[in-house]
Design a protein around this ligand. Structure first.
Ligand code: NAD
Length: 473
């Protein structure tokens, strides 16, 4: 794959910008590729291509769009091994996690979008009119580094299947595997201009896309602060705004719940991507009289995880995604200690690590709700254990956050469901319930606007029009 190119107007082309971004393997610190650092000229060229292609793509039948997506999936599957090796190298996630979450799960997502696209209600008869669902036009898709392929799949498939054209800007930190996804659509015969790839920095490409008058919708996944900036720019031309943002998600262990299940679910959500998952359960709320039992369960569960070389098939947790993330996580660990939390497991990582950006999981206990580590998204393998005295306090603590992305409740089933309904977040898991790939994902409060995934996620890339026809009653 030639990472020095961009994909614009149906072809791999040289960038207009001469600036480059180095992509580092965070486990070895080796520079593995350079991608173009685009500016306004490359961005405008891509938007113009997407804009020109929009009417024709909107006019293709949903079945024709589904067929192209199916062919693209076949091309993606043919590149499976290359993609997995590259994902391990650009992100530092373990082989286990990469195969399961970064590749196979994304393939399942693509299949699900294709299947659900057949169920989109393009025309609905109302009592005296007809409601249509139509694409917005040009969608700017801006994605983060933590699931380099997955976050793109969540936007690209729904946007294309519903008839939008797309300008895609992946994170500058992990832009490489996306080239394979774009190339899969190219090989599948996607018409020119329908999908365009522009690599670069948020403040340059992302900024231009957010403000561009010919972009109709901005779908952004990333930090809450980045999302606010993008939304403010997008609002100047009243674009459709779709935001998938940060989280500080709780697992609430009820007095009658199983501490071992709580520990397994919490760590299973937090650790595999080295804590770099927006929906990670990073706060464990336990009844005060079961604190020691919960701590022991967490210790025991933690012993099942190994941190190490991401390429080793036995490794569970690889490294953090880079220096910026390492420094940030290290800072939060120091702050946890400075504010009086007790470090149950782990240690403060060295200021100047030798080799890659590896961090042993840290579990803090005696965490109080006001501490920084209980309030801010750390985005690393750091768990905060807090205690409560009764269920009302437990629910209050669960909701005591500006975020509302994910949550879990462990306890007797009927009671856990009642408590789940009181939690203000887009998803709530009961005990160790598995994820439903057809379910929408997205946040309450400062975790976002809109939903991704499932039929709801497809419909979020459409707008409604109503036709009042004089021949109808
Ligand atoms: P980030 O906000 O730094 O960057 C996300 C993307 O936006 C990147 O492509 C970046 O280049 C671009 N960007 C950044 N600032 C911009 C600006 N001012 N204007 C335009 N574009 C800009 O986030 P990140 O560090 O890449 O990702 C981590 C964050 O993403 C975490 O907060 C995590 O919770 C969140 N996240 C949320 C979800 C979700 O579905 N809710 C999923 C994954 C990650």
């Amino acid at each position: 794959m030639n990472f020095s190119q961009l994909y614009t107007d149906g072809a791999w082309v040289a960038p207009l910008s001469t600036d480059r971004i180095a992509v580092e393997n965070p486990a070895t610190r080796e520079i593995i590729a350079h991608v173009p650092a685009c500016g306004q000229a490359d961005t405008d060229r891509a938007v113009a291509a997407a804009n020109a292609a929009a009417p024709r793509w909107q006019g293709t039948s949903p079945a024709a769009r589904i067929e192209i997506a199916q062919r693209a999936l076949e091309h993606l599957l043919a590149a499976r091994d290359d993609i997995i090796e590259l994902e391990i190298a650009e992100l530092g996630s373990s082989r286990k996690q990469t195969v399961a979450a970064h590749f196979e799960f994304q393939v399942q997502r693509i299949r699900t979008f294709i299947r659900l696209a057949e169920r989109i209600p393009w025309e609905t008869k109302l009592e005296h009119s007809t409601m249509l669902r139509e694409p917005f036009g040009v969608v700017a898709a801006i994605t983060p580094w933590n699931y380099p392929l997955g976050q793109v799949v969540q936007k690209l498939l729904p946007a294309l299947l519903t008839g939008n054209t797309v300008v895609l800007k992946p994170s500058q930190h992990t832009p490489l595997t996306v080239y394979y996804l774009v190339d899969a659509f190219h090989r599948a015969g996607l018409p020119a201009g329908v999908l365009n790839l522009v690599t670069g920095r948020g403040g340059e490409v992302g900024d231009r896309l957010s403000a561009h008058p010919d972009v109709d919708m901005v779908s952004f996944t990333g930090s809450t602060s980045g999302g606010i900036t993008v939304a403010q720019k997008a609002l100047q031309t009243v674009k459709q705004i779709h935001l998938e943002l940060g989280g500080k998600s709780p697992l609430l262990l009820l007095p009658g719940g199983d501490a071992a299940v709580a520990a397994r679910v919490t760590l299973g959500s937090l650790l595999p991507n080295c804590g770099q998952t927006c929906s990670a359960l990073s706060r464990l709320l336990v009844p005060i009289d079961r604190k020691e039992e919960a701590e022991a369960a967490v210790r025991q569960e933690l012993a099942r995880y190994t941190v190490g070389d991401p390429t080793d098939p036995a490794t569970d947790i690889g490294c953090l995604s880079g220096r910026r993330q390492y420094d940030k996580v290290r800072h939060y660990i120091e702050q946890g200690l400075a504010e009086g939390a007790t470090m149950l497991t782990g240690s403060v990582p060295p200021a100047d690590p030798q080799g890659g950006y590896f961090v042993e999981p840290v579990v803090f206990t005696d965490v109080t709700p006001q501490m920084t580590i209980a309030r801010e998204e750390i985005f690393g393998p750091v768990l905060s254990v807090l205690t409560y005295t009764d269920i009302d306090e437990g629910v209050r603590l669960a909701n005591d956050t500006v975020y509302g992305l994910n949550a879990a409740v462990c306890g007797p089933h009927a009671e856990a469901v009642r408590v789940a309904k009181r939690i203000r977040s887009g998803n709530v898991y009961i005990n160790d319930a598995p994820r439903d790939i057809t379910a929408p994902f997205g946040g309450y409060k400062q975790s976002g606007i809109g939903r991704e995934g499932g039929l709801v996620g497809l419909l979020d890339f459409t707008q409604t029009k109503v036709i009042f026809d004089e021949t109808r009653e």
